[in-house]
Each structure stands twice: as C-alpha cells, then as structure tokens.
Design a protein around this ligand. Structure first.
Ligand code: DLL
Length: 432
C-alpha cells in the first residue's frame, strides 16, 4: 500500500539519520564559511570555528538567519558559488517588497527534484499518472518545484500554471488528471466552478495542497468536495522551495526529509529550543544545497514536532503538525491570541458558510477590533456566525455576510487579512 521514491533514504534508522545529519551539518558549516565571507563573518562573531565545529550537539551555537538577511544580501550576497555556475533562481517578495532570492545550481535542482519526487510518490502517484501543476510558473517556486519533482517521479505533466479555471477543468477532464497540485485557496476556486457548472473530475484522486495554512475543517471540505485524498505540502523559497516535507497517506503529520533538512522548534522571542510536542517557531537548516544552504533559518511559521517515531508508512523521518500560521500573522484582539486559521475553522463549522472570507483588523488609537466578512448560502444569518465565533474564540466580532461570489478571488495565495486605521474623524478608516 505504501510506496517510496527512495526507500533506502526514506526509511533510514533514527541512528543513521542522526549520524548523517551530524556529518552533513559539519560539512555545510565548513563549506559555507570557506565559500562566502558573509557566513565566515557570522560564524566568527558567534565564536564558532567552522573547521572544528562539533556538529548536531552544538547546533544551538550557530547563529540564526532570517528573511531580513536575505533582503540585506539581495541579490546574491549569501550565494556560495560563482554566478556563472547557477542554473535557475526563484524569488518571493513578501510584505516589504524587497525580494528574497534563492539561486540553484544543477545539483540543487536535483536535490529539489528528489524531495518533491518523494512527495508525489508518497501521495500515491505512479509513473505515467497525469499530474496537473496549478501553482504559478515563474519567480514563485511552486510551479517549477512541482515540475522538477514530477519529472523525477516519471509523471505526465500538464503544466497549466495559475489561473483560467475553466481551462484547468477542461484539461483535467480531457487528459485524465489523477494528481493535482495547488495553492490551498485555488483548490477552493476549482471546487466552486465545478459546483457552479455541475461538472466533476472523475479521474482526480490525489490533491497536493500548500503554501498557506489551512484548517482541518477546510481540509475536510476540499477532501469531500473533490472526492480525493488531500495532502499538506510544506516548503519555502529560502529552503529551496516547495517539498521539504508532506504528510503521507496515514495523515499523521508532515514528514520532513531529514536527510536533507534539520528541523528545530524554538521559542519565537528567545530563540531557545522547545521540547518535542510544544509549539514554537520552526527553524530549518538545509544540509544538501550548494548555491545557498540556509543555516538555522527562522521561518516565522508556528508549528511543533509531533513525533520522531517510525510511521505506519515505514518512513522514519520526523513529523510536524500542520502549520498553524505565520507568527507575524498572530492576532491579539480583546486580550485573546489566535491565528486566522482558527477563525476559518470556526466559520466552516457552520453549514452553508463558504470558504471565502476576509479578516479586517481595525486600529483606533492602538485599540484593535475585528471585523469578519464571509460568503454564505442563503439562510446563514449574522447571528449564527456570531454565536459560533463566540463559542470557539470567546468573542463575537462585527461583520457582514456576502452572497456566493461577491468577495474577491485570487489565483495565488489568498489575501485574507486587511488592516484599517481609524481616526476620530473617520468612521470608515483607511486600509493599509
Ligand atoms: O509557498 C512554497 C509552496 C508552494 C509550498 C506551493 C506549498 C505549495 P513561499 O512563497 O516562499 O513558498 O512561502 C513560504 O508559505 O514559510 C509558510 O508560511 C507558508 N506555507 C508553505 N507551505 C505551507 C503549508 C511556498 N503546507 C511560506 N501550510 C512558508 C501552511 C505553508 N503554510
């Protein structure tokens, strides 16, 4: 029932994983220090001797890096190889607009293909299966990462990229798409159009979704709405892109490819490690990249390690819980801390509420309040929404109910959070 792309690597014993990580960590520290003065200087400042670094037991001595470092070092300040040896690059822009660049050599593209290829096969994809890739091709790493991995797994690729949902559906029907990869919110758009036009995707069996946090309730709706098995795939530009891990058909956590990456969970504020099972900020070290290996990259993603035990699927690589959200997106309203996915989880419990919503955070002289706009079928009332949110979050925000299709849609990651500053002279405020 369970299948592997690289059985040996995916089922290494825990001792072997740790020995490999130890050896690779020492190597990557020495390599980055030798290849790039930026790394050498950071190790020097942290008092780490790159040639005599003690490996995994000393990992906490290594300095963290962050998105801010990538931005400061734009375009290739953190790159460890000459530019004329690069093969491809990807980039994400984020809130400040200063881009984060991830260059790759041919070796890195093979590493990426291996990670993504393992994900496809783990989900149940077989050689020759039609695989439709709906994340954008271009600077976003989603489309190309899916492509490199699908080649590795021997799939028949339909590289639609983002948008044109009517054509996506037609191609999926005409070419018998069995595996589809998508940004979470785009899968909802596909489901919506299928329902509106009374169509189905009878060959679709495997959905691989990621790039955004999604609640258990949302996953349930996608799984039942499309009649598929849905997988939660994780990855980011800075670690080399989509596919550093995904859940297996047992759906008991996201396996992170530990021969390729070290995962730590630390306290967001202090940077101190937290024990397995506790929530904190996910930190990733890439062990097998050439152009730009990250060392202790603070992701800003909130998560926790569920277990390091062997899974029923036979894989030994540790499992992470679903990512709860970005720590920068955590909301504190009326003294209650929560993530947007908790609002989503609560809204989607209400029958007739649709998975399109907006969270508007209003700030009046530093006092924050919340407004939630959500689409729903006729019959859903504001009272129903208020009651559910009060039950789950402890307070009921203001908000409006919109008719299906009234709120804006996106082809990439959905924009769900909006900020408004209100002053005493304006009742509507200004949206940032
Ligand atoms: O979003 C890579 C990707 C593409 C993953 C398609 C899955 C599917 P970035 O644009 O650099 O790369 O954004 C990375 O997205 O730090 C998380 O905050 C979020 N993210 C990615 N996957 C998940 C997931 C891609 N499965 C950032 N669950 C990360 C929750 C996710 N959040």
């Amino acid at each position: 029932m369970f299948q592997y792309l690289n059985e040996e690597a995916e089922t290494l014993s825990r001792e072997k994983i740790e020995a490999l990580q130890d050896e690779r960590l020492k190597r990557i520290v020495a390599y980055t220090a030798k290849s790039n003065p930026w790394y050498a200087e950071r190790f020097r400042k942290a008092g780490v001797d790159p040639l005599n670094f003690g490996g995994i037991k000393e990992i906490t001595k290594l300095p963290f890096c962050s998105k801010a470092d990538f931005r400061e070092q734009y375009p290739l300040g953190m790159c460890c190889v000459p530019r004329n040896t690069l093969a491809e690059m990807h980039m994400s822009s984020g809130s400040t607009g200063t881009p984060v660049v991830m260059p790759s050599t041919a070796y890195d593209l093979k590493q990426w293909a291996q990670c993504m290829g393992r994900c496809y096969v783990m989900a149940g994809a077989k050689r020759g299966d039609t695989c439709q890739i709906t994340p954008g091709f271009g600077l976003f790493n989603g489309g190309f990462g899916c492509y490199h991995g699908a080649r590795e797994a021997g799939l028949f690729i339909v590289p639609t990229g983002a948008g044109n949902t009517t054509r996506q559906i037609k191609l999926a029907q005409d070419f018998g798409t069995r595996v589809m990869v998508s940004v979470v919110s785009y899968s909802i758009r596909i489901m919506e159009l299928l329902r509106q036009t009374n169509q189905g995707l009878p060959d679709l069996k495997i959905g691989i979704f990621g790039a955004e946090s999604f609640s258990a309730e949302m996953k349930k709706r996608i799984t039942t709405g499309l009649g598929i098995d849905a997988f939660d795939i994780y990855g980011m530009t800075e670690t080399g892109g989509i596919g550093l891990g995904m859940d297996c058909p047992a759906h008991e956590g996201i396996h992170v490819w530990e021969d390729q990456y070290i995962v730590e969970v630390v306290d967001h504020e202090t940077g101190e490690p937290v024990p397995d099972g506790e929530f904190g900020e996910i930190v990733i070290t890439s062990l097998n990249r050439e152009a730009l290996p990250v060392i202790r990259f603070k992701t800003s993603d909130r998560g926790r390690i569920l277990t390091r035990k062997k899974c029923v699927c036979g894989r030994t690589h540790l499992r992470l819980d679903t990512i709860s959200g970005r720590l920068d997106d955590m909301l504190i309203i009326s003294g209650v801390n929560f993530f947007p996915t908790q609002i989503e989880q609560s809204l989607l419990k209400i029958p007739g509420v649709l998975p399109n919503y907006q969270i508007i955070i209003r700030d009046r002289h530093g006092i924050k309040s919340l407004r939630i706009n959500v689409e729903a079928e006729p019959g859903v009332t504001g009272f129903m929404v208020e009651k559910q949110l009060k039950e789950d979050l402890g307070f009921s925000p203001e908000g409006d109910i919109y008719k299906p299709g009234e709120l804006p849609r996106s082809e990439g990651k959905a924009k769900r959070i909006f900020y408004e500053t209100l002053d005493d002279n304006s009742s509507k405020g200004e949206t940032k």
